[in-house]
Design a protein around this ligand. Structure first.
Ligand code: C5P
Length: 208
């Protein structure tokens, strides 16, 4: 049988990462947070004093990406969020990261979370979830994460940043954020992490 690929897509702070990690542990599969790839590219561009919207600079950074870049501790936060979203809109950046993502899942299967796993990276994946939640719930979750890390933040500003990033991710021409035709939608607005995991297992049952 083909190795199992589980594709988890959806907007920012919908609970994809937590769910994807738990599914990976449950099924004994490797896990890849593909957002980290775009974050690391954005960070490389910022470090070099470049503009994340500059296609030539961002593509060169994507081609130069190394595994160690994903271990950096400064890949989260408003500046990294914005830089990631901007480099992610550049087709050459997405092309440069494609083989790594496909290669990651090909040998042993994998759970991948991102925006285009079910539509572009693994369109043949047998199991696809599109994880959503209201923008208010997502803003609140992101804000609570920042609080927990001791980062001072304002709820309204964090919610607005989430809204802006979703709009960018949905509106771009290259691999826009949208559910694959065969993705199962899971709205996590009213669910905690345990309930999301239980619901996801129930929804995936029929597919696996
Ligand atoms: O998932 P995360 O919030 O870490 O992703 C950061 C940014 O990277 C997103 O806003 C999106 O623009 C981009 N991204 C993407 N495709 C993916 C994963 C992330 O375009 N598969």
């Amino acid at each position: 049988a083909a190795p199992l690929i589980i594709a988890i897509d959806g907007p920012a702070a919908a609970g994809k990462g937590t769910l994807a990690r738990r599914l990976a542990a449950h099924f004994g599969l490797p896990f890849l947070d593909t957002g980290l790839l775009y974050r690391a590219v954005g960070r490389r561009v910022l470090d070099a004093g470049g503009d994340p919207g500059d296609a030539a600079v961002a593509e060169a950074a994507a081609r130069a990406l190394r595994a160690e870049d994903l271990d950096r501790t400064d890949l989260r936060g408003p500046q990294a969020d914005e830089a990631a979203s901007r480099v992610a809109a550049i087709p050459g950046v997405r092309a440069a990261l494609l083989d790594f993502q496909r290669g990651f899942g090909t040998a042993h299967g994998a759970v991948l979370d991102g925006r285009d796993i079910g539509t572009v990276i693994f369109p043949q994946a047998p199991a696809k979830l599109f994880v959503t939640a209201s923008v208010e719930a997502r803003g609140r979750r992101r804000w609570l994460e920042l609080q927990a890390k001791g980062v001072p933040a304002d709820l309204a500003t964090v919610t607005e940043d989430v809204r802006t990033r979703d709009a960018l991710d949905q509106a771009r021409a290259a691999a826009p954020l949208k559910p694959a035709a065969d993705a199962i939608e899971l709205d996590t607005t009213a669910l905690d992490a345990d309930a999301v995991f239980a619901k996801a297992l129930e929804l995936l049952q029929a597919k696996l």
